[in-house]
Design a protein around this ligand. Structure first.
Ligand code: HEC
Ligand code: HEC
Ligand code: HEC
Ligand code: HEC
Ligand code: HEC
Ligand code: HEC
Ligand code: HEC
Ligand code: HEC
Ligand code: HEC
Length: 414
């Protein structure tokens, strides 16, 4: 074995001296070592795209060793005190952190760079369990890969938004890996069917959250109850604002209820509608904590429902009439401004229910009611105008025909 490796070294020496990386003994010899390996054991397949090699770093910067020792593998590897061999999972945060936790070093490469990944990682459930010697948890290379690490905004990266759910699911959806922890393994299955999952995975809308937008990139923990509204609120700013200042937030926190996700769920969030407010039906969202009938909660839900319902009905009616008038060739473009305003207000009113205050909901619906009434009246006027024009056309045609008949009779008589 040993002589074979020495021979390899001599062979490596004889290879061309190309750019910086290729003058590296580790790189050169391991290209050759790889040739004897099965495809899935090769380590050099994607090495040239690795961000570290791209910025001029090399094998020895992570592994240690002497990259100038071309002819002797022992001198290159095992004789060096700093040579780490195949870096153990438990050592990864420290090895990667040597650079990634050092702002001064990292700033040589990028002006603005985060250096809190490792620090965050140790606060995560992954990090905490790794410290206790748990081998199943995610370490740096579980999410980023190894020997082909890409920048986070490279669409091929396993941490690029559209790939994150798959990356987490490799473990979290695998019953064997997760056996013994007693937590569900259906997060991805649920997520795929949710509004967020569909937006991200089917429509490539990277504004929709992937797993890491709710759990953090490096600090993933079971979320604390009081922070859930903040997590959702990073995007749903108004819903959060209204909800955290509502009495319901305090009432819920008092009993340890989990803010937004009590009503919407977390991984399988579906598009909500006013059906959730229909007291007395199966879809009534308040019933998990309140009775179906009679209670103040049912009363409030019904009131909010009816505001949304009448605004929606007015809006739908106005839109239908405007469209009829347009089909009859009437000029209605100015009415669309009212319609747009009514629609905006309808959206805001749906959001305003998170105040759980009927006064606020009514006030938010006010401008929409006015705009949809304006739109409705405008559309009615234009349909009346259409009828008026049609009747006058009819009478004019009638009068003209009458004149023609008279004229014909006159000519006959002559
Ligand atoms: C002359 C050839 C040669 C040179 C130079 C060389 N290696 Fe190796 N290296 C090998 C061989 C052969 C193995 C054993 C591979 C195997 O059979 O899995 C190995 C193994 C390794 C391992 C895995 C060790 C383990 O514990 O399994 C690492 C990591 C490694 N080399 C890194 C480096 C680094 C970093 C350098 C440069 C500082 C380097 N090598 C230079 C030939 C070389
Ligand atoms: C960014 C840091 C980093 C760089 C750069 C890097 N490695 Fe590694 N390497 C690792 C880590 C981490 C592991 C352990 C991976 C694991 O446990 O899955 C590893 C494992 C290995 C192994 C043993 C695993 C195996 O499949 O045989 C070899 C050999 C190796 N590296 C060689 C190299 C060579 C050669 C280079 C340069 C071409 C290189 N590494 C560049 C971090 C790095
Ligand atoms: C559970 C998965 C996961 C683990 C474990 C993980 N990362 Fe990340 N990492 C991510 C995600 C996701 C991103 C960010 C993607 C984004 O912002 O689009 C990221 C981004 C990064 C970045 C880019 C800069 C930044 O912070 O946004 C670096 C550097 C990085 N990680 C290093 C590490 C290191 C070092 C470790 C080990 C201590 C590690 N990561 C462990 C998932 C992970
Ligand atoms: C010798 C220093 C060094 C070590 C060790 C190191 N890195 Fe890096 N890493 C860098 C530098 C420098 C960059 C390039 C920064 C840039 O250009 O944005 C980088 C970039 C990255 C990026 C892309 C960051 C981005 O902006 O998207 C990730 C991810 C990453 N490293 C992960 C790792 C992981 C995981 C390990 C450990 C297995 C590791 N690094 C070890 C120095 C290092
Ligand atoms: C290498 C496998 C692996 C990968 C990849 C992985 N995890 Fe984990 N994760 C685990 C294991 C194992 C646990 C420990 C479970 C426990 O303690 O309940 C865990 C725990 C967690 C927890 C705490 C759960 C709890 O209630 O205890 C969260 C949250 C989490 N992971 C999120 C993520 C996210 C988000 C990603 C992707 C960005 C991810 N994980 C990637 C293996 C992994
Ligand atoms: C919209 C935000 C959001 C997204 C996206 C999201 N999660 Fe969660 N996740 C949560 C919340 C909130 C909890 C806490 C639930 C609780 O306390 O009952 C949670 C809980 C968890 C847990 C703990 C066990 C459990 O199921 O309760 C794990 C593991 C987890 N998520 C992983 C993931 C993975 C993997 C993905 C991506 C496929 C993901 N999450 C996407 C918000 C989210
Ligand atoms: C990273 C940003 C982001 C985070 C975090 C986020 N969302 Fe969303 N959410 C979106 C986007 C974008 C959409 C629109 C998706 C679509 O339909 O195209 C959306 C849609 C929704 C919808 C459906 C809205 C509708 O009108 O159909 C609900 C309900 C929702 N999110 C609730 C939540 C809850 C609850 C949380 C926290 C557990 C949360 N979101 C976290 C971005 C986010
Ligand atoms: C007590 C139950 C409840 C709680 C708590 C709750 N919601 Fe809602 N949410 C609803 C109902 C009911 C609707 C449907 C309103 C409609 O369409 O008529 C809704 C609708 C939504 C919508 C779609 C309408 C819009 O505003 O665009 C989003 C997004 C949303 N909620 C996010 C959140 C977020 C974020 C939180 C936490 C800060 C939260 N919700 C807390 C019951 C709740
Ligand atoms: C996760 C449980 C939970 C859900 C879901 C929930 N509530 Fe409540 N609510 C509470 C708690 C706890 C209180 C305070 C104790 C009480 O008065 O019953 C409360 C109190 C109230 C009160 C004040 C009652 C009073 O007697 O003064 C109103 C009004 C209310 N909720 C409305 C609603 C509406 C409307 C919904 C659905 C859109 C809803 N709640 C959904 C837990 C919940």
């Amino acid at each position: 074995m040993k002589t074979r490796i020495v021979l390899l070294g001599i062979f490596c020496l004889s290879l061309g001296y190309g750019d910086v990386v290729r003058k590296d003994a580790c790189y050169t010899c391991h290209q050759v070592v790889d040739e004897d390996r099965d495809d899935d054991a090769k380590i050099m397949t994607h090495i040239d795209q690795d961000i570290h090699l791209q910025v001029g770093l090399s094998c020895a910067d992570c592994h240690g060793g002497d990259p100038t020792a071309f002819d002797d593998p022992d001198a290159a590897m095992w004789d060096n005190d700093d040579f780490l061999g195949a870096i153990e999972r438990g050592d990864q945060p420290e090895v990667c952190g040597k650079c990634h936790s050092d702002p001064q070093f990292m700033r040589q490469y990028t002006a603005s760079v985060r250096t809190d990944e490792v620090q965050q990682y140790w606060t995560s459930q992954h990090g905490k369990l790794l410290q206790q010697g748990d081998e199943h948890v995610a370490v740096c290379t579980s999410c980023h890969g190894v020997h082909g690490i890409l920048k986070k905004d490279d669409p091929r990266s396993p941490v690029y938004a559209t790939h994150v759910p798959e990356t987490c699911n490799r473990c979290h959806g695998d019953a064997d890996t997760m056996a013994g922890y007693g937590i569900p393994t259906d997060q991805y299955q649920q997520y795929k069917t949710s509004v967020h999952g569909k937006a991200l995975l089917e429509n490539n809308d990277i504004g929709a959250p992937a797993c890491n937008d709710c759990h953090g990139n490096h600090g993933a923990m079971p979320p604390n109850v009081v922070t859930i509204a903040d997590i959702c609120g990073t995007c749903h700013v108004n819903n959060r604002q209204l909800f955290v200042s509502s009495h319901l937030n305090y009432d819920m926190l008092n009993v340890g209820a989990k803010q937004c996700i009590e009503c919407h769920g977390n991984h399988g969030i579906q598009p909500p509608s006013e059906e959730l407010l229909h007291a007395g039906t199966k879809t009534f969202v308040c019933q998990s904590c309140h009775d179906l009938h009679g209670e103040k909660a049912a009363v409030l839900a019904t009131q909010m429902d009816s505001v949304i319902d009448s605004l929606k009905r007015n809006y739908d009616q106005a839109r239908a009439l405007i469209s009829t008038a347009e089909q009859k060739g009437m000029e209605v473009s100015d009415l669309y401004e009212f319609l747009d305003e009514a629609h905006r207000s309808l959206m805001q009113t749906r959001t305003s229910i998170h105040s759980f205050n009927i006064q606020t909901v009514r006030e938010t619906a006010g401008p929409g009611m006015k705009a949809s009434t304006n739109a409705l009246e405008g559309a009615r006027r234009s349909l009346q105008e259409y009828d008026r024009r049609r009747w006058s056309l009819f009478f004019m045609t009638l009068a003209a025909s009458f004149l023609v008949v008279i004229l014909i009779l006159k000519i006959r008589n002559m």
